[in-house]
Design a protein around this ligand. Structure first.
Ligand SMILES: [Zn+2]
Length: 239
């Protein structure tokens, strides 16, 4: 459940990211009525099993069972803000009914790690892995421009790759990358997701990575994300 909007007096328009079909826009009739069986399973960040009938434009969501309620995320302003960013980013970068196998487990793992208190790191892992699944995998080992193997003094371009010292002047939109942040990016991309919680990066690496990922994502986004403003209004939580 990545986006929920009200429709009319009692209905909800619900956007789901499904394992089998990717993103789907559905309508849940009567879902805002008290005692309606769709009321709680159609809340944002809920993981569930849904029975959906195809419709023209919007599909019809008719039955639902909760697998994981996501209540702990909705009850915590900070977690809610991070989860809103994750789902808005996913919504902005994916088309309807264009499934990619590894995105559903990535979303579930990110929300789970965030719910466990590690959203700051989980969102960075989500960003870099989502880009890979969408075909924009960043090149971290060879210079994107001249293809030589990189050792140190690396920069990163918004176009999605690392650059050597000689090429940095030839590629617009590049930022220098400390070795610590460069290593962190490799781990966030390559390690098993469940292992990432052992990482405790320095604030300086976290800040640098956040800026680098922001320019890399903004290069692919057509419009600014509303959830970023929300995160920025929470003190010390600039994404
Ligand atoms: Zn180069």
């Amino acid at each position: 459940m990545i986006r929920v909007r009200n429709l009319g007096e009692a209905d909800r328009i619900v956007t789901l990211y499904t394992k089998e079909r990717g993103k789907l826009n559905t309508v849940a009739r009567g879902a805002r009525r008290i005692r309606n069986r769709l009321l709680s399973p159609t809340q944002v960040f809920t993981h569930g099993r849904y029975l959906i009938f195809p419709g023209k434009g919007l599909h019809n969501l008719s039955q639902a069972d909760i697998v994981h309620s996501g209540q702990a995320i909705r009850d915590d302003l900070e977690k809610f803000a991070y989860a809103s960013y994750v789902t808005e980013l996913l919504d902005a970068l994916t088309a309807e009914e264009d499934p990619t196998d590894r995105i559903f487990p990535l979303l579930a793992a990110t929300l789970s790690m965030g719910e466990g208190g590690r959203f700051k790191l989980a969102v960075r892992a989500f960003e870099i892995r989502l880009m890979r699944e969408l075909g924009y995998e960043p090149e971290l080992y060879q210079c994107l421009h001249c293809r030589q193997t990189l050792k140190s003094n690396v920069s990163f371009t918004e176009q999605g790759g690392a650059l050597c010292e000689k090429c940095v002047g030839h590629v617009p939109g590049s930022m220098s990358l400390t070795n610590g942040t460069w290593e962190l990016m490799k781990r966030l991309l390559e390690w098993e997701f469940s292992r990432l919680t052992v990482l405790h990066p320095d604030t300086s690496n976290e800040t640098e990575l956040r800026r680098v990922m922001r320019s890399y994502l903004d290069y692919r986004l057509e419009y600014p994300l509303k959830s970023l403003d929300f995160l920025e209004t929470l003190q010390g939580l600039t994404p």
